[in-house]
Design a protein around this ligand. Structure first.
Ligand SMILES: NC(=O)c1ccc[n+]([C@@H]2O[C@H](COP(=O)([O-])OP(=O)(O)OC[C@H]3O[C@@H](n4cnc5c(N)ncnc54)[C@H](OP(=O)(O)O)[C@@H]3O)[C@@H](O)[C@H]2O)c1
Length: 253
């Protein structure tokens, strides 16, 4: 492994090396919230309205290991709808091995559920989220969301959790997940949900892929919030791929 000021060449890293670089704290007693995003060099969170348009092989490699490590994958409903989310496909053997090492994964090798945050519960019960998944998705919603929609999602196989009245606060979200024993949180977006979590100081780390492309246009960046804030972060590492992709890991100072 060649290491220059925390910069590491991605080629040659094994899955174990990557798992070490992205290990969650062992035995977290409170939720550890990691966000993972990809952006273009000029700061766009999408290309062709999807993050997929920015993906590179290196981004996919890290995206995959982050899912292998997580207890739960959290997304806003906007992302679940736009990206037509299905269940996570993870490797049971690797999940067990990561669990045994105390850095993530799952005791029985089960996949992490996708948890969708939604105040409206306006999700299609026929979507991949419900039909293409090895574990039931979690719908984290409100007591005021229409009861018939919540029932339809439960009938489609989801576990529906009410974690707020009209909206869900970051604390409400994290305690609902903690109540289910889900402490190693991976938030895959989108910008609205991430901005809310950041504004509430609820994010422990950001994994950010910079894709080697400029896209222009008017697309959003990775965080959006009502008010500006300033949160100093510490760079933990940069992984470099030959195609120009940069994968950074930042933690709260
Ligand atoms: N570059 C990347 O890595 C990346 C990652 C993810 C997404 N994206 C892109 O970002 C776009 C979607 O992002 P977005 O910011 O529009 O949507 P988002 O943050 O994924 O979802 C927003 C929705 O989530 C629900 N929500 C958020 N906060 C809530 C709260 N506190 N309480 C209750 N519900 C809450 C609401 O759903 P309801 O409307 O159902 O109530 C809200 O409309 C897509 O184009 C996607 O491709 C990019």
């Amino acid at each position: 492994m060649q290491r220059i000021h925390n910069a590491i060449q991605l080629t040659g890293l094994s899955r174990d090396n990557l798992a070490d670089l992205y290990a969650y704290p062992t035995d977290p007693q409170v939720p550890w919230v990691r966000a993972n995003f990809v952006a273009s060099i000029d700061g766009s969170a999408t290309s062709g309205d999807l993050s997929e348009g920015l993906g590179t092989p290196a981004d996919k490699t890290v995206f995959t290991i982050l899912r292998e490590l997580a207890d739960v994958i959290v997304v806003g409903a906007g992302t679940a709808r736009a990206e037509n989310y299905g269940g996570a496909r993870t490797d049971p053997q690797l999940r067990r091995a990561l669990y045994d090492r105390g850095i993530g994964g799952h005791r029985d090798g089960a996949s992490p559920p996708i948890a969708v945050v939604t105040s409206s519960a306006a999700l299609d019960p026929g979507a991949r989220l419900f039909t293409e998944t090895a574990v039931p998705p979690l719908i984290i919603t409100t007591s005021t969301a229409p009861a018939d929609r919540k029932q339809q999602l439960a009938d489609a196989g989801a576990r529906v959790v009410e974690a707020g009245g009209v909206a869900i606060t970051p604390q409400g979200l994290l305690s609902a997940l903690a109540d289910l024993g889900l402490q190693r949180v991976l938030c895959e977006g989108g910008p609205h949900l991430f901005g809310e979590l950041l504004a509430a100081d609820a994010v422990d780390e950001l994994c950010l892929t910079t894709a080697p492309v400029l896209v222009g246009g008017t697309a959003r960046r990775i965080s959006l919030s009502a008010h500006e804030f300033r949160m100093p972060m510490v760079r933990r590492h940069i992984l470099l791929d030959d195609d120009g992709t940069m994968l950074t890991r930042w933690t709260r100072r």
